[in-house]
Design a protein around this ligand. Structure first.
Ligand code: RB5
Length: 144
């Protein structure tokens, strides 16, 4: 998280610690920081397969998602309800969930995280679409 997401990140960490192994990649306080630095840490860990998936929290979830989606192989979604979190896994093979601490409370955020973590990619026709996303990434990544 960044500073705006710090308190929610701490709450989510406590809520999930019993069920999941949690790797906390900061930030460590409410002191102002820059969200792309934390998106980078989490996305690098997911790309290196040090983590199965990532959860990023900032004020709105938006800056984190924009930053995360710059990383090849990262499919980040912003959710403020559980249906999208589950669908994001099933249809989009999302591997990073972004939350807005100024948008959702801790109870809803924890339900969203559980919906995300319990979903799995449905494959089939969705694989073709996810592959097309990867194709866009390779085509335009080479030019930048
Ligand atoms: C920080 O004030 C805020 O801009 C950040 O947490 C996030 O909401 C950006 O998208």
């Amino acid at each position: 998280s960044d500073h705006a997401g710090y308190l929610l990140k701490e709450e989510l960490k406590d809520a999930l610690a019993q069920e999941h192994e949690v790797l906390d990649m900061g930030t460590g306080s409410e002191e102002s920081v820059h969200y792309p630095d934390f998106a980078r840490k989490v996305c690098e860990a997911v790309r290196a397969e040090e983590a199965e998936c990532g959860i990023l929290v900032c004020g709105t979830g938006l800056g984190m998602a924009v930053s995360a989606n710059k990383f090849p192989g990262i499919r980040a979604i912003v959710c403020s309800e559980t249906f999208s979190a589950r669908m994001g896994r099933e249809h989009n093979d999302a591997n990073v969930l972004c939350l807005g601490a100024r948008v959702v409370g801790a109870g809803l955020a924890s339900d969203i995280v559980r919906a995300f973590l319990s979903g799995s990619f449905a494959g089939g026709r969705h694989s073709i679409r996810v592959q097309k996303i990867a194709d866009i990434e390779s085509e335009f990544g080479r030019r930048s």
